[in-house]
Design a protein. Sequence first.
Length: 190
Amino acid sequence: MTQFPSDLRFASLLQYSPRGTSQTSADSRKVINKIKNDGYFGQVPAIPYSIEKLSAALNTVTFLAKYLGNDVTLIPVPRSSLTQPGSLWPADRICDCLVTKGLGADISRCLKRITPVAKAAFAPPGQRPEPKDRGSSFIGMYPHVRAAFPNATIQCFALIRTMSSGDVANILNPIEGFISFKNGTLNRHP
């Protein structure tokens, strides 16, 4: 099987803090819960609303266009738990909305979790699931996607990224970075 990459490019639109104590951090947890549960902001569906924000951001945040577009095949990353028939799969729902908005060409549902793992966002430092367990989702999925699509350019987009420690100043915070996996150590920059 293909090895993990030493660096993997990613972009994200929103951020949230699972442990922050500021009002913005608390609000970020409400936002992520609405998105993860396909809920509503008042009367407005959270995922389509977030995709509208993303579409608007493409006009000013130029790097987002490298990750999305009508020539991009989207691959939703499975949840940490096993998917049950009829259960919600937020990443898949997000991909559906991206394709509907013209920010993806199609969806390949080629990844499937076969063993549940602890949620990485809530794991204490040093106890996060290893990439081989696909708890570090982007790095963990890479060998599987590379094996299925050996000639494809693989980049990652997350609607929301987790800021594991501290507070967040803004929920809307488009960012581009990379995840490094070297000598068994995983780091995200930024």
